[in-house]
Design a protein around this ligand. Structure first.
Ligand code: ZN
Length: 345
């Protein structure tokens, strides 16, 4: 496990539609392991390792580069910034957080909050709606307007750290998926099928990149790698946990946006059992992954998602268990090596 690589992945900014910096890092990091590298017009990047078979199928692994973030939509006379969210934010977890404002230069900012001394008892029990939240960058209005413009991106600021058996920080959704994909792609010995590792754009705003990616690459099989919700925390009954942190890699049966191909689900279960990889089965009633974007491309593509259980998703304290990460890498690696055993007939 390379904490340094994961920390770099989590720190690089990639708001939906502005994934250039992250894509450039992917190209520099993963190209030495690929036979061919391609990009498409939307900004997805693809790394190919050619299959050994005389007529190899194409299997696309997908993890998304973009992160939930914001665009500046208004600058007040006093120099406070108001923002438009890109992706699913819960205002309860934004209060009093630090952010990076990506203007002409990068500025540190904070989501300002009314001091408790000035709030009514009723206000203290409610989250401030996102449209009323503001960012303070600690500069006078004239300086702010020189550096920041409407449409500039804002990302959350929080360093990845180790906590017990876990990693915690911002953007583990989906940098941990990118990490798993990178490691599996580097480690698999060889495959009969051509394996394409695709780092996609604009997942958080509706699985847009993956849809174009699948149309362009035309894979025979699509595998998304993303986080899922580990709701095994106080206040949630066990029957609603979805998956358990530390319970192993999760093989998705379904979520709100896709139903995994039943044969693929069974194949992953078989591989995990054969190799004694700790795994759990996942049914997530809400949310979706790039599998949803892929499955509807062209005349339909069989998909499955391999999920990394994550507590506190879409906050700056997203947390994943190191054993689940290791199990996910191992399952994807073995899948790449054994994919020829999977048939759709
Ligand atoms: Zn995600």
């Amino acid at each position: 496990m390379s904490l340094e690589l994961l920390r770099t992945l989590c720190a690089l900014p990639a708001p939906p539609g502005q994934e250039e910096t992250f894509r450039q890092f992917m190209i520099e990091h993963l190209s030495p392991y690929a036979d061919e590298v391609r990009t498409d017009a939307l900004g997805n990047v693809f790394f190919f390792r050619k299959g050994k078979s005389s007529s190899p199928r194409t299997i696309m692994l997908v993890a998304h580069m973009d992160e939930i973030s914001f665009l500046v939509r208004h600058i007040s006379k006093e120099g406070f910034l108001y923002v438009q969210p890109l992706g699913g934010f819960d205002p309860r977890v934004l209060d009093a957080q630090r952010v990076w404002v990506h203007g002409r230069q990068r500025l540190l900012g904070v989501f300002g909050t009314k001091p408790t001394h000035f709030t009514s008892p009723e206000e203290r029990t409610k989250a401030v709606p996102l449209e009323d939240m503001f960012i303070d960058v600690g500069l006078p209005a004239e300086s702010v307007t020189e550096i920041v413009g409407i449409g500039d991106a804002v990302t959350l600021e929080r360093e990845l750290v180790e906590m017990g058996h876990c990693y915690t920080g911002k953007t583990l959704d989906d940098r941990i998926g990118i990490y798993v994909m990178i490691e599996a792609f580097k480690r698999f010995a060889e495959s009969q099928d051509t394996i394409v590792a695709a780092a996609t754009v604009q997942e958080e705003v509706g699985v847009r990149g993956a849809h174009a990616a699948a149309f362009g690459i035309e894979p025979d099989i699509g595998i998304a790698i993303d986080i899922t919700i580990a709701a095994d925390i106080p206040g949630i009954e066990e029957r609603n946990w979805c998956v358990r942190l530390g319970g192993g890699t999760a093989i998705k049966i379904m979520d709100a946006r896709s139903i995994s191909d039943r044969r693929l689900v069974q194949f992953f279960r078989t591989l995990a059992s054969e190799s004694a990889i700790t795994h759990q089965m996942e049914i997530l009633p809400r949310g979706g992954t790039d599998a949803a974007g892929m499955q509807l491309a062209r005349n339909g593509i069989p998909v499955c998602t391999i999920s990394i259980p994550c507590r506190y998703a879409h906050s700056v304290v997203e947390s994943v268990h190191r054993d689940d990460v290791a199990a996910s890498i191992e399952l994807v690696r073995i899948f790449c090596e054994q994919s020829h055993r999977f048939t759709t007939t």
